[in-house]
Design a protein around this ligand. Sequence first.
Ligand SMILES: C[S@@+](CC[C@H](N)C(=O)[O-])C[C@H]1O[C@@H](n2cnc3c(N)ncnc32)[C@H](O)[C@@H]1O
Length: 280
Amino acid sequence: MPSPHGYIYGVQDAEIERLAMQHRLWADDCLRHCKRAGFRPAQTLLDLGCGPGFAAWDLAELVGPKGQIIAIEREAKYADFFRQELSLQHRRPRAPIDLRITSAQTPGLDASSLDGAYARWFFTFIPDLGEVLRPLQQALRVNAPLVILDYFNWAALAWGPRQETLPQIREGVTAAFDSFGADGCVGQALPSALTAAGFELVDMRPRVHMARPQDALWSWPQVWLEGFLPTVIEAGHLPADIFPRWKQEWAHNAQDPAGYFMSPPQVELIARRKRTGGQG
Ligand SMILES: C[S@@+](CC[C@H](N)C(=O)[O-])C[C@H]1O[C@@H](n2cnc3c(N)ncnc32)[C@H](O)[C@@H]1O
């Protein structure tokens, strides 16, 4: 199991590949959400917990050469990957990207320097939301939007028609999240954490997708479970036989004309910095 102080899914090459695939599958949602919040050319935007940088690239193209992206990531391996990508010649015009290896709790950002911030699948891994939201609030200009996509109820994911392993997997993964201080229901806590930190809620929408075996999104839970279930088993939150049982169930569903997957409900949030600070 990765250390409780590191990224729960580890920083191996396979996780970079998974994050790349995940971004491709969710990139349309990301852009729609950012445009709805008013992100536009020539702005300075922050990508918080940018990982290997896949969303930051899209944001850099959105704000264009007159804009700027600041990308914050704690894991050096992801930052190294991103830096290497940035050093290659890419032909599409984009904003410069200022990549900083630091913790979001101590971001070192200038006050009122950002036109907006983006955080996707990041707050799940933040045990104390206020520790990140307070410095972020100070770094945004008044009224600047913070755009968040995160889990509202991870354990509500579902697949079918066979579901023998599903209840056990829900429990085991939730126990592993707990032991890491991760919260698969963070979307439920974010609205009050945001208002307490001096943000005003602008928009909240559910985001749920369903996939059938022939859809691209079918690979998303499969690759995630293939990568993460062994970690959960190793940490003692699930028995070893769950892995082959789940594989069999999943392969069966993939061949079944009634096979389906429903994503865990997530929330798309837009908040903006209020003029005054947080409560107290
Ligand atoms: C699930 S990944 C998502 C990456 C990226 N946001 C995306 O949408 O592809 C979560 C990322 O948040 C980073 N992270 C977690 N806690 C952090 C912290 N306190 N400060 C900075 N980065 C953090 C992890 O290292 C990881 O790269």
